[in-house]
Design a binder for this molecule. Structure first.
Ligand code: FAD
Length: 377
């Protein structure tokens, strides 16, 4: 266990804001993490909502904004790593089970699978953070989501003080959502993921990707986005490279030299609305089918980036509100970025202004994607 004097969130989050923590524990092995968790039983929902939970679980800090005063409780940073693969039992010959420790860097894990010719995670290349956090918001990009290949997780249940295994179905995944996220308040989860298992595929011969689902990615690989599934596969390594290239062009791959990447990635989720209550949108507005509601009504997903842009908040918006310390990315309207000296309050100022403009122009409420601790819109 490694305890030390106050560390600042600004040094441990990708958006580089946030004050100190009362106590900071870096768990470099699972038993250290479990020791700490045993001492931090889950308070009641009311106590947690009132900010009385004294534990914040941290992975790579890439989906987290902590306020400038910091967090008075204990930060448990999960830093234990490890990855292994074994042939899956009781299933097709070409199925492989890959196990990742919670603190394993996600993009390194994806690279590891691609190098070994394992199909399934390649479109999720370049996403920052740790493997253990990926099921929390059902991480997704370029038509893929972890829920498509995740088998199960091992987690510590702070309500029951026991180790549990939760299957893909039990995690009740949705768009940027899961049981894990719904049971997390202010960065304090009921279930702390210790390891994740994915079911990937290893085919003899050339290692090909899963069918590419995202039109922009398909076209950049020379594939026809409208072709049959089997015609939408490309060599794994090529898909990874192309995804990294497309992401870098949007400031979505971490680069210390590029302030457009000092962010939490997308700041807002794409709104999903019942088809019957869609606002009046200009012709050409991107709309995507998004399944049906519990009542059986068709749902439609809108593009938050498009709404923000058309509400009058173009790339770079918000610099004028914060003396240049924070703004929307100059490459993508969905990222709220730190231009070097931003505070958490500056980020909230920019995000709030974009949210209000979209509300006024389209009557659509945007919801933040990152976890906000001690700050709100
Ligand atoms: C440049 C950039 C690009 C991004 N692109 C994408 C993208 O394409 N798609 C996408 O979905 N996301 C994207 N993100 C968001 C982010 O990278 C992911 O959500 C990532 O999974 C967060 O991992 P983390 O380890 O950094 O989590 P953290 O920020 O450390 O934590 C986030 C939340 O998860 C909880 N948590 C973390 N680890 C665990 C655990 N082991 N058990 C239980 N709870 C835990 C924390 O308590 C917190 O509530 C991007 C972020 C950045 C900065």
């Amino acid at each position: 266990m490694n305890q030390s004097t106050p560390r600042q969130f600004r040094d441990h989050t990708t958006v580089r804001v946030g004050g100190p923590a009362g106590e900071w524990i870096l768990a470099e092995d699972e038993s250290t993490a479990r020791e700490v968790l045993q001492k931090h039983h889950l308070p009641t929902a009311a106590e947690r909502a009132a900010g009385k939970d004294s534990l914040l679980v941290l992975g790579g800090g890439s989906n987290l904004v902590v306020n400038d005063k910091g967090f008075p409780g204990t930060v448990l940073q999960l830093a234990f790593t490890g990855i292994s693969a074994e042939p899956a039992t009781n299933t097709d010959d070409d199925a492989v089970t890959v196990t990742m420790a919670a603190g394993h860097n996600w993009d390194q894990a994806v690279a590891w699978t691609v190098e070994r010719g394992l199909t399934g995670l390649e479109a999720l290349s370049g996403i920052p953070g740790a493997a253990g956090a990926t099921p929390v918001q059902n991480v997704g990009a370029y038509g893929a989501e972890v829920s498509q290949t995740l088998l199960d997780i091992r987690a510590w249940d702070r309500a029951e003080d026991e180790l549990v295994e939760l299957s893909n179905a039990e995690l009740e995944f949705g768009y940027r959502d899961s049981l894990l996220k719904r049971e997390t308040i202010n960065g304090s989860p009921r279930y702390v993921v210790l390891s994740v298992r994915f079911r990937l595929t290893h085919r003899a011969g050339q290692a090909l990707s899963a069918p590419v689902r995202y039109a922009e990615l398909a076209r950049s690989l020379g594939l026809d986005p409208a072709a049959q599934e089997e015609q939408r596969r490309a060599p794994l390594a090529e898909v990874r490279q192309k995804v990294l290239q497309l992401r870098a062009g949007k400031g979505m791959v971490l680069d210390a030299e590029d302030h457009d990447t000092w962010s939490t990635g997308s700041f807002f989720t794409n709104p999903i609305l019942p088809a019957s209550s869609l606002p009046e949108l200009p012709e050409g507005a991107p709309l995507f089918p998004a399944g049906t509601s519990a009542e059986g009504e068709p749902l439609v997903k809108l593009s938050a980036a498009w709404l923000i842009d058309r509400a009058g908040c173009q790339k770079g918006f918000g610099a004028e509100l914060t003396d240049g310390r924070a703004s929307l990315s100059t490459k993508h309207t969905l990222a709220v970025t730190n231009r070097g000296q931003a505070t958490a309050a500056d980020l909230m100022t920019v995000a709030r202004a974009a949210q209000q403009k979209v509300q006024e122009r389209f009557n659509v409420t945007l919801h933040p994607e990152p976890v906000l601790v001690g700050c709100n819109l």
